[in-house]
Design a protein around this ligand. Structure first.
Ligand code: SF4
Length: 240
């Protein structure tokens, strides 16, 4: 093993959001992200410089120590694990884990498809970035990538989008329609909406109800799933 990983942390916890909610897994959180979502809840993972790189072999030792004969699931998250700086380390780690029969999911920021990694792993969590993230990603570009995923990785991904307000919801819905139009068929994969729950705020009940209501009014095309780990541990707790 020769590649390095820029690591924030490795820990065991239960998936708190999206279609895989409730499944215990080992999280490998890389350090470094250049996307800059305004409502990111992991801003401590942005800076590439704060974490000295470690060998993939050392990360593997930590993962194996946290695993269990029946718990062989790893989530590679960040940060942005598909940033070019992370790709060699993530790729090598994924190969090592697959050779040990781990199930691997990866949190993709939705800005790029990295085939060499996507071909290898078991499940892709692919973000759609709505206006509240202030990432200025166009709806058309995001729809194009989602169509590519649907065509090339059927049954192997979900789309995840945070939703702050009516504007976010309307944008996500528009993208959903555009993707169906480009595919020429109804969407048959999970598209999850996560009502924003910012660090430091009380549980945003009214925002949650609003997103539920908007989705019901629009025909229920999305799955609205909150961030369970924040209900249990609070919105500021790390490694849960
Ligand atoms: S891509 Fe993820 S880690 Fe990066 S800023 Fe956005 S939410 Fe935060």
């Amino acid at each position: 093993m020769t590649a390095n990983l820029y690591l924030n942390s490795i820990y065991r916890a239960t998936e708190g959001e999206g279609a895989l909610i409730g499944r215990p897994q080992i999280f490998v959180r890389v350090q470094g992200c250049a996307i800059g979502c305004a409502n990111c809840d992991s801003k401590d993972t942005w800076n590439f410089e704060v974490s000295p790189s470690c060998h993939v072999a050392d990360a593997l030792v930590q993962i194996l120590a946290l695993s269990h004969p029946k718990l062989r699931r790893v989530s590679i998250t960040g940060g942005d694990p598909l940033h070019p700086k992370h790709v060699p380390g993530v790729l090598e780690l994924a190969r090592e884990l697959k050779s040990r029969k781990f199930f691997i999911s990866l949190e993709a920021s939705g800005t790029r498809i990295v085939h060499e990694i996507f071909d290898l792993i078991d499940f892709i969590n692919f973000d759609f970035k709505p206006p509240s993230t202030k990432t200025e990603r166009t709806l058309e570009n995001q729809a194009k990538l989602i169509v590519e995923l649907a065509q090339q990785y059927p049954g192997k991904f979900q789309i995840k989008s945070v939703a702050q307000d009516e504007r976010d919801f309307a944008t996500v819905l528009k993208c959903h329609e555009l993707v169906e139009e480009k595919l020429g068929a109804a969407i048959n994969f999970d598209w999850c909406l996560t009502p924003v729950y910012n660090p430091g705020e009380a549980f945003p009940l009214e925002r949650f109800k609003l997103i539920l209501q908007l989705n019901e009014n629009a025909g229920g095309v999305f799955r609205v799933i909150g961030q369970q780990h924040k209900w249990v541990y609070g919105p500021n707790e790390k490694e849960v």
